[in-house]
Design a protein around this ligand. Structure first.
Ligand SMILES: [Zn+2]
Length: 103
């Protein structure tokens, strides 16, 4: 017997169609839910700009954003929609703890 077992990442738009396709066939489906790093929105610090831009934490540990440098912080530079560079300093935080409570 051929056993097909695979994990595929499915784009949002194709999800329902694909699920229905499998359900009408002889397949058992598992749903794996994975939370993405939390996106945070900032305002550009350039005078007279203030446009919002999105920034993702650099990893699962450094999740607390600061606008000033701090010890142990990881800095990342982001561009607002107008192209101004904004540096965010990410501090270690406990933000990832709740993601592992199911272990
Ligand atoms: Zn700007």
């Amino acid at each position: 017997m051929n056993c097909l077992s695979e994990v595929v990442e499915v784009p949002e738009r194709a999800f329902l169609g694909l699920v229905e396709g499998y359900l009408s066939g002889n397949y058992r489906l598992y749903l794996v839910v994975e939370e993405l790093s939390q996106k945070k929105t900032f305002s550009c610090k350039e005078k007279g700009c203030g446009k919002p831009f999105d920034a993702y934490p650099p990893d699962d540990e450094h999740v607390i954003p600061r606008l000033e440098s701090a010890e142990g912080a990881v800095d990342r530079t982001y561009k607002c929609p107008e192209g101004h560079e904004n540096t965010i300093f990410w501090l270690k935080g406990a933000g990832h703890a709740f993601l592992t409570t199911h272990r």
